[in-house]
Write a protein that binds this ligand. Structure first.
Ligand code: KIV
Ligand code: NA
Length: 279
C-alpha cells in the first residue's frame, strides 16, 4: 500500500469517499490498523484512559505522547499518522503550541497534530500551520475540557451551542485546519458543519453525514472487560478481551496440569550427547 499523505486525504474528500481513522497506542495496535487498511492512524490522548488506566486524559503529558507516537510510527507504514497535543502543551501561547507540535513531529515522528478547542485557537493554529505542520481540529465534546463542560457531554444540542460549534470550525478552518474531528453531537449538526466546511470532517458520535469516521481501537475491538462503561457511539466489532481471557485461562490450566509445554514446544538433544551429559 502506498503511503497516505495529506494529498491522498484531500482526494478521498473530493471523491466523497469516506476517510477511515482509528486510534493506535503502540506498535501492535498500529500495525494491525495499518494492515487492515486505515487511511489515518490517530495516537489519541485517549491513551491515558484506555491504555494507561487513568480516569481521564488530563494527566497525559508530552513525554507519554512522544513515546507512544514513536511506537505507533514503527507499526503503521502506510497510514497518515496524527498525534494529539495533550492538555497543557498548547494553551499557554501559540509559541508553546508550535514547540509542542514540533516535538510531536521531530521526536514522535508523526505527520500531523490534533488540537482540541474552538475559535480561541485561531492564532495558535495559524502558527503551527506556518511551521509546516498539518493541523487536525477537534471540536464538540473535547475531553480535555471535561471539567469545564461538566463531564463527557454531548454538545450542540441547542441552537446557540450548535452555532458556536459551526463558528469554531469556520474560524479554525480559516486559521489552517486541514481536517476536523467532530465528537459527540447530533448527526444533523455534524452534517451541516460538514457541508459548510471546505475540509473533511471525521465523526465520532456525530452520525453518518461526516467525511469519515474515527473510533478508539481498544473500544471497537472489545479489548476491555464486559460491563465497563463505553460511550453510546462505540460499536463493538470484535471480542479481543474474550479471546485473550479464554487463551490465558487455558494457559493457566495447562501450566497447572503440566500439559504445557508438550514436546512440540521444546528443543531436542541427541541421545549420544544426553548419555554423556547424564554420566
Ligand atoms: O484521544 C482520542 O482517541 C481522540 C479520538 C476519540 C478522536 O481524540
Ligand atoms: Na484525544
Amino acid at each position: 500500500r502506498k503511503k497516505v499523505t495529506m494529498q491522498t486525504l484531500k482526494s478521498l474528500y473530493r471523491k466523497g469517499e469516506p476517510i477511515t481513522m482509528l486510534t493506535a497506542h503502540d506498535f501492535p495496535s498500529a500495525h494491525v490498523a495499518d494492515v487492515a487498511g486505515m487511511d489515518v492512524v490517530l495516537v489519541g490522548d485517549s491513551l491515558g484512559m484506555v491504555a494507561l488506566g487513568l480516569d481521564n486524559t488530563t494527566e497525559v503529558n508530552m513525554d507519554d505522547m512522544i513515546l507512544h507516537c514513536r511506537s505507533v510510527v514503527r507499526g503503521a507504514k502506510s497510514a497518515f499518522i496524527v498525534g494529539d497535543l495533550p492538555m497543557g502543551s498548547y494553551e499557554i501561547s501559540p509559541e508553546q503550541a508550535v514547540e509542542s507540535s514540533l516535538r510531536l513531529v521531530k521526536e514522535g515522528r508523526v505527520q500531523g497534530v490534533k488540537i482540541e478547542g474552538g475559535e480561541e485557537l485561531g492564532p495558535t493554529i495559524k502558527k503551527i500551520t506556518q511551521a509546516g505542520i498539518p493541523v487536525v481540529g477537534h471540536v464538540g465534546l473535547t475531553p480535555q475540557r471535561q471539567n469545564a463542560l461538566g463531564g463527557f457531554r454531548v454538545q450542540g444540542k441547542t441552537c446557540p451551542s450548535a452555532m458556536q460549534l459551526l463558528k469554531d470550525a469556520l474560524v479554525m478552518q480559516e486559521a489552517g485546519v486541514f481536517m476536523f474531528v467532530l465528537e459527540a453531537m447530533p448527526p444533523e449538526v455534524a452534517t451541516l458543519i460538514t457541508k459548510r466546511l471546505k475540509v473533511p470532517t471525521i465523526g465520532i458520535g456525530a452520525g453518518n453525514g461526516c467525511s469519515g469516521q474515527v473510533l478508539v481501537q481498544i473500544d471497537m475491538t472489545g479489548n476491555f472487560q464486559p460491563g465497563r462503561f463505553v460511550p453510546k457511539f462505540v460499536k463493538r466489532y470484535a471480542d479481543v478481551w474474550g479471546e485473550a481471557a479464554r487463551g490465558i485461562a487455558q494457559y493457566r490450566d495447562e501450566v497447572k496440569s503440566r500439559a504445557f509445554p508438550s514436546q512440540e514446544y521444546t528443543y531436542p538433544i541427541t541421545k549420544e550427547e544426553l548419555e554423556k551429559f547424564e554420566k
